[in-house]
Design a protein around this ligand. Structure first.
Ligand code: CA
Length: 220
């Protein structure tokens, strides 16, 4: 799950990035509106966390431009501008949710999970495939009710696959989901994580379509 954090305040940016990484998200961080637009053009982000007071291009303008360009990913606005008029303006510009600074990192995490659920079109927080169940809030994976211990990357990989059952994701698409800019990616990293997941879950959960990618079966 790859998120773009747009925030020019170094303390807040570092704090949010660290907290979300601890939650298993891949988080790229940019500090101004122009860099944000370039990043969004280059990468498929599943969500954007947007500060409004930004150098070079302010958050509202950026948001309007993204929506005008047909980008539909959820956008959560984080800002110190807390008048009703500011909030209305942000939501009308295409924001999906709004958090006023200073905010609690636990609340930010919960709102992100809620937006991602809505994006998937489901109100239930658990992702289930047959006997396999993944809880994005607690990072717990169970198989037939028994907890399975996964590393952060294994969890992110499994989550990406479970969100699109039956649809293969290429190695590049999976790398995009589980690694950010700051991460060194070994050339066989995805295969290593897939191998570990198969060892922990059993071989039949993750299938390979030769030359195309990996997927979980649509029905287990
Ligand atoms: Ca700012």
């Amino acid at each position: 799950m790859r998120l773009l954090l747009i925030e020019d305040d170094p303390m807040i940016g570092a704090g949010v990035q660290r907290a979300l990484r601890d939650d298993g998200y891949t988080v790229d961080w940019v500090r101004d509106g122009i860099a944000a637009e370039l990043a969004i053009t280059d990468h498929a982000y599943e969500m954007v966390l947007l500060d409004l007071g930004l150098p070079r291009r302010d958050g509202i303008t950026l948001l309007q431009r993204l929506r005008a360009a047909g980008r539909t990913m959820p956008v959560l606005v984080m800002t110190a501008r807390d008048t009703v008029a500011d909030r209305v303006r942000g939501l009308d510009a295409g924001a999906d949710d709004y958090l006023v600074k200073p905010f609690d990192l636990d609340e930010l995490g919960a709102r992100i999970r809620a937006l991602l659920r809505r994006q998937r079109g489901t109100a239930t927080p658990l992702i289930t495939l047959g006997a396999l169940q993944l809880d994005p809030a607690t990072h717990q994976v169970t198989l037939d009710g028994t907890p399975v211990r996964l590393s952060g990357r294994e969890f992110a990989l499994l989550r990406a696959l479970l969100e699109t059952p039956g649809k293969p994701l290429s190695r590049t698409q999976l790398e995009e989901r589980i690694y950010g800019w700051d991460d060194d990616v070994e050339s066989n990293a995805v295969e290593v994580h897939i191998h570990a997941l198969r060892r922990k879950l059993g071989p039949h959960w993750i299938r390979n379509l030769r030359g195309v990618g990996y997927f979980v079966p649509a029905q287990a």
